[in-house]
Design a binder for this molecule. Structure first.
Ligand SMILES: C[S@@+](CC[C@H](N)C(=O)[O-])C[C@H]1O[C@@H](n2cnc3c(N)ncnc32)[C@H](O)[C@@H]1O
Length: 218
């Protein structure tokens, strides 16, 4: 799968690319490319944004700059999905992540400051996604969230089976995962539930199903 991210700060992604699971699948399951708007801007002095028509604070990412960025990489608006990252987009859910993980090629456009010239959304993008009902300062963190969520669904990204039975998975009926405990078996008088120490796999599985249902219903 090819994921292309357009951003004002490509170097922000350095940390993410060194972390598992993305690091595990980079170059095999996922090819991640980072493009800076300033590298292809048709404007002088690396300009990429401008003051909003009608007045008001902040700067807006220019449509000619975004178009030039797509032109430089794809020769125009590509056939595959181009997603604008915006708090006004459709909410990112695990179902949306699974939908996107099935694509062969994705392009993510991020902005900063006041956001996108509206014509970027209407003419250059085919989708718009929000990672939550709050406003961040830029689309880099949302892009990293999406890349990470997609990466962990790729074959070989996680240890065998760990993505199959976690929160929102079909195996847990879309609900929440059961609680986990590790050593010590008791700490400050806080014990691990007896059933988990019983080595009775049937009871453990039943307890986990029950806990998952209780949490999901709460
Ligand atoms: C300060 S925000 C712009 C907010 C915009 N003026 C508004 O009120 O809708 C700057 C950029 O950060 C990114 N961003 C901020 N919050 C986001 C979110 N919840 N989901 C996805 N992208 C977000 C987008 O790329 C956005 O254009």
């Amino acid at each position: 799968m090819q994921i292309d991210v357009f951003t004002l700060v490509p170097h922000a992604f350095g940390w993410l690319t060194e972390q598992r699971p993305l690091a595990t699948v980079l170059g095999t399951e996922i090819d991640l490319r980072l493009f800076g708007y300033r590298d292809s801007t048709p404007l002088a002095n690396g300009q990429v944004d401008d003051a909003p028509y009608g007045g008001g604070p902040g700067m807006v990412l220019r449509v000619d700059v975004a178009a030039a960025a797509l032109e430089a990489v794809y020769g125009g608006v590509p056939e595959h999905r181009v997603i604008a990252l915006t708090p006004q987009g459709r909410p990112l859910t695990q179902a949306v992540v699974e939908e996107l993980a099935g694509e062969e090629h994705l392009t993510l456009l991020s902005a900063r400051f006041e956001g996108f010239d509206e014509r970027i959304l209407t003419h250059l993008c085919s989708d718009a996604i929000s990672i939550g009902p709050y406003v961040l300062s830029g689309g880099e963190l949302p892009a990293m969230v999406m890349v990470d969520a997609i990466a962990r669904l790729q074959p070989g990204a996680l240890s065998e089976g760990s993505a199959e039975r976690e929160t929102f998975s079909a195996e847990l009926e879309g609900g929440l995962e059961f609680p986990h405990y590790t050593r010590p078996a008791e700490f400050r008088g806080w014990p691990v539930p007896d059933v988990l120490l019983s080595a009775d796999h049937g009871r453990v599985a039943a307890w986990r199903r029950e806990q998952s249902r209780l949490r999901s219903a709460a």
